[in-house]
Design a binder for this molecule. Structure first.
Ligand code: KIV
Length: 279
């Protein structure tokens, strides 16, 4: 069944947890779609896990459009959400609508995501008015890494918790269709989930959210650099891949690969070739 913003809303109402994973390419999107994942987020985390930057700040609209197009080609049923990169919506409401439109028109996304609460409410409202569904993202917002001073849990003080709940309300009022809650205490995420009528998608926000999202390189242990506390490794593919690469190199060097079954035996006969090339 094709997933839409309406079906994920129904999932919240039915208490059916929403599944979201990040995806950045065609092949992975196909596998996730086959597994029945509801939403594929082309996150700007691609800057780190696909492009090798230290953080997400250098990611461009062109990067996002390029990867969103690939994911969309691989997603038959999943809802594809394109992340708005740093400085593609903070600069003005005009820029936000223009760039959200590019992710839909050029990237083929079904919806966009942007980071921030009350401060981006106007952007959310105007993008929504342009008929583009918006996923909000509050709590730890990686594009604010320099303002926060690192990747830290948000909402630990009473004041910060109040601010988070207020931000969640403001993005809902502005028209967001869902909100990602990143790295916040589980108790606060549950309160937000109960208070909002739109779905909450948690990442490091406990089990009380309406759905969960993970960066796929984290859940498959494919990104060696850092692993946040909230990540569960569902399959340890990183070491398996290194093992396969080593075996390939070893077999190639020893002449074991390619074997008969990996070679083509059709074409001119040995004798014909010998005559033609005189060997
Ligand atoms: O960019 C991303 O992958 C994200 C998720 C961590 C929610 O924003």
């Amino acid at each position: 069944m094709k997933k839409t913003v309406a079906t994920i809303r129904q999932q919240k109402e039915a208490g059916d947890k929403i599944t979201m994973l990040t995806a950045y390419d065609y092949s992975t999107a196909r596998l996730m779609d086959e597994a029945g994942i509801d939403c594929l987020l082309v996150g700007d985390s691609l800057g780190m896990v696909m492009l090798g930057y230290e953080d997400t700040l250098a990611v461009t609209m062109e990067d996002m459009i390029h990867h969103t197009k690939a994911v969309r080609r691989g997603a038959e049923n999943a809802l594809v959400i394109g992340d708005m990169p740093f400085m593609s919506y903070q600069t003005s409401v005009y820029d936000s609508v223009l760039n959200a439109g590019r992710l839909i028109k050029e990237g083929g996304a079904h919806a966009v995501k942007l980071e921030g609460g009350a401060v981006v409410a106007e952007q959310i409202k105007r993008i929504t008015e342009a008929s583009i569904p918006v996923f909000a993202h509050i709590g730890l917002t990686p594009q604010s890494i320099n303002a926060f001073g690192g990747f830290k849990v948000r909402g630990k003080s009473l004041e910060a918790a109040k601010q988070l709940i207020d931000d969640a309300r403001r993005v809902e009022e502005a028209g967001a269709v869902a909100v990602v809650l990143e790295a916040i205490p589980a108790r606060i995420a549950t309160i937000i989930t109960d208070k909002l009528s739109i779905p909450t998608i948690g990442i490091g926000a406990g089990a009380g959210c309406d759905g969960q999202v993970l960066v796929y390189q984290d859940m498959l242990n494919l990104y060696g650099k850092m692993r946040p506390k909230f990540v569960k490794v569902f399959s340890d593919l990183g070491p398996l891949a290194v093992g396969a690469f080593k075996t390939y190199a070893d077999e190639t060097k020893r002449g074991v690969f390619p074997a008969e079954e990996h070679s083509f035996s059709s074409g001119p006969t040995e004798a014909e070739l010998a005559e033609l090339f005189d060997y």
